[in-house]
Every structure is written in C-alpha cells, then in structure tokens.
Design a binder for this molecule. Structure first.
Ligand code: NAP
Length: 309
C-alpha cells in the first residue's frame, strides 16, 4: 500500500470538487482530487447546461472538461480511483482507495454528490441496461422512434424528457402529482413540445418486458386505477441519495442523509469539509456547488495555515 502526502485531498470530481481544487492549487498547496469516473460528476452526463453564467449554451461534457483543465493548469492533480474510506489519524485526515492507495492529508474536502434514486419496483433491476436507465445522454440514442417513458417531475426529469424527444417518437412523463416541481422556464418548454405527453398523479408499479422493456404497470394514486403503458424504455429521474457514507467517524447529517456544514463548509469533524450536492442546502445547482467549493478550499487553506503556525 503506497502512502502519499498532500495538503488537501478532494473526494469527488464534480464542479464543487474541481473548483475546490482550483482554489487549493492557486494557494500553492499540494492538492489531489480523486474521482472514480471522468471529472465532471453529474454535468458530464448532461446534454446542455444553460444556467452557468458566461455560457448561454454549453454541453455538460465540455464545461466539465474546461473546468478540469483549468484547475489542472494551476497544479491540481487528478487521480482516477474510487475512495473507500475517509478517517482521522490524530491531526491528519486519511483517505484510502479501492486500488489500495492511502492518502495522508491535512484537510479533506468531500465533493461526492449523490447517486440516482431507484423506483424499487419489480422489473427495474432486471431491465436496467435493457430499457431502464438513469442517464438520458448515455442511453437515449438506443431508443430511436420508440415510446420513451420518463419518471419524475423535477428539473432533471423535465429537462431530460425534452432531450429525449430527439430520439423517441413520443416521450411520456409520469409524475406522482398533478404539478411539476421543475423550474417554470423548463416546464413551459416541455408543455410546448408536441412530442411530450404527461400522465399525472401516477406511479410506476412494475417494469415489464422480454429481452427488453415493453411496458410499464402504472397506478393512479388518486383513483387507485391500474393500467399498462406501452414503452420501449423508462428513464428514472426521481432525485438522488447523497453519497455521504465514506467517513468512518460519525458526521452530522440532516434527515435526508445530506452532510451538515457551517458557513465555512466545515463538517462536524475538524479538517473535513463538504461541498456541492452532498451538503445539506436548499439549492443544488452547478453555480452553488462552485461557490461551496471555493469556500471549502479557502477555509481548508486557513485551517492548514493555523495548524502550521
Ligand atoms: P428533485 O428536484 O428532488 O425531483 C425529484 C422528482 O421526482 C420530484 O418531482 C418528485 O416528486 C419525484 N419523485 C421522488 N421520489 C419519487 C418516487 N419514489 N416515485 C415517483 N416520483 C418520485 O430531483 P432532480 O430533478 O433529480 O434534481 C435534483 C437537484 O438537481 C435539484 O435541486 C434540481 O434543481 C437540480 N437540477 C437542476 C437542473 C437545472 O437547473 N437545469 C437540472 C437538473 C437537476 P414530487 O415533486 O412529488 O416530490
């Protein structure tokens, strides 16, 4: 097991993590960011970003690449590995990885985001990769001219439903209430799109098929009526669960499992910070993940400075 020493280890490479890396590296600290996939986090799988100031339209993958290259230019080191555990060892913060490396740091910034929620209904697991998907940009093109179902009523569901109209002959959004949660501007775009239909007050009870998805079992939550919907694919966007369980010692979290921090992004453990979607907060946007990452890195730098004084 190789032990490596850094000032700051960042766990997770989404916009929050990358920005923390940029600020940490610009403060002349030895900073490494560990990400199991490519840098970018959720935005790497987002077709288009149009709410990041300065970029009216930019693909998520391009924005992720630009952010990551920018931070690396200032000295951020990026490692492709999966973090297994974060723990404390006296004044040091330790990060172990799946490949067997051990990082010793003065501060750790958790930028681990979240993973998609599952429907938890019969057929979902069996047909994952055969019509059940959690990523429109990854899998949408497989369902050209088919009827595509989208579950959820938030920003992700409605935005991805619009994107999926590029492929499907029809996109049907199934939402458990009769009002969308998505931002008004996104809703209006969906309502205007002739390829999008809505099924309100309904939940998916089963995913059915043979070698792939063929239909969904639905239930109207108001009337109790059950029905079957023909669909060749179902994309699930019903929120996500925070990836907040990497730290060995107990961390304070809210009821949803999101990590509680103070206004310096410090968690209940000194020297461990959290930023972006994994943190308990009202808004989950690229812009505030970037702000969190900035604060976390500057606070970590001050913490290290005080330690070294
Ligand atoms: P979200 O805002 O939490 O919305 C989840 C949606 O799924 C809600 O409509 C919810 O219904 C529904 N839902 C939850 N559990 C369900 C279940 N078991 N069965 C059926 N439906 C269920 O999640 P999100 O859309 O993934 O967005 C996550 C965060 O990222 C949000 O803060 C969002 O603003 C942000 N985001 C922003 C953008 C953007 O600004 N362009 C794009 C994507 C995501 P209810 O409405 O009834 O609760």
């Amino acid at each position: 097991m190789a032990e490596k020493n850094y000032d700051i280890v960042i766990v997770g490479g989404g916009p929050g993590g990358i920005t923390a890396g940029l600020y940490g590296a610009r403060a002349n600290r030895e900073v490494v960011m560990i990400e199991k996939y490519l840098p970018g986090g959720q935005i790497a799988n987002t077709e288009e970003v149009e709410d990041y100031p300065g970029f009216e339209h930019i693909s998520g993958a391009e924005l992720a690449m630009k952010m990551s290259e920018h931070a690396q230019k200032f000295g951020l080191e990026v490692v492709s590995d999966e973090v297994a555990e974060v723990y404390t060892d006296g004044a040091d913060r330790m990060v172990s990885t799946a490949s067997g490396d051990l990082y010793r740091a003065k501060a750790v910034i958790l930028a681990t985001g979240g993973s998609p929620n599952k429907l938890s209904v019969p057929g979902e697991e069996e047909f994952t990769g055969k019509g059940v998907s959690y990523c429109a940009i990854c899998d949408g093109a497989f369902f050209k001219d088919e009827i595509i179902a989208v579950v959820g009523g938030g920003d992700a569901a409605v935005e991805e439903a619009i994107f999926l109209t590029k492929f499907g002959r029809k996109v049907i959004v199934i939402h458990r209430r009769d009002k969308l949660r998505a931002q008004k501007i996104i809703q209006e775009r969906a309502f205007k799109n002739p390829k999008i239909e809505f099924i309100w007050d309904s939940v998916v009870e089963s995913v059915n098929g043979d070698d792939k998805v063929r239909s969904l079992g639905l239930k109207n939550v108001k009337t109790g009526e059950k029905s079957s919907l023909e669909a060749g694919a179902v994309f699930v966007f019903i929120g996500f669960v925070p990836n907040s369980n990497l730290v060995r010692e107990p961390l304070e979290k809210d009821a949803g499992g999101y990590i509680l921090t103070d206004d310096r992004m410090e968690t209940s453990i000194k020297g461990i910070y959290a930023c972006g979607d994994v943190r308990s907060q009202l808004v989950r946007q690229i812009t505030n993940a970037v702000g969190d990452g900035t604060t976390a890195a500057v606070a970590a730098e001050k913490y290290i400075e005080e330690m070294e004084a």
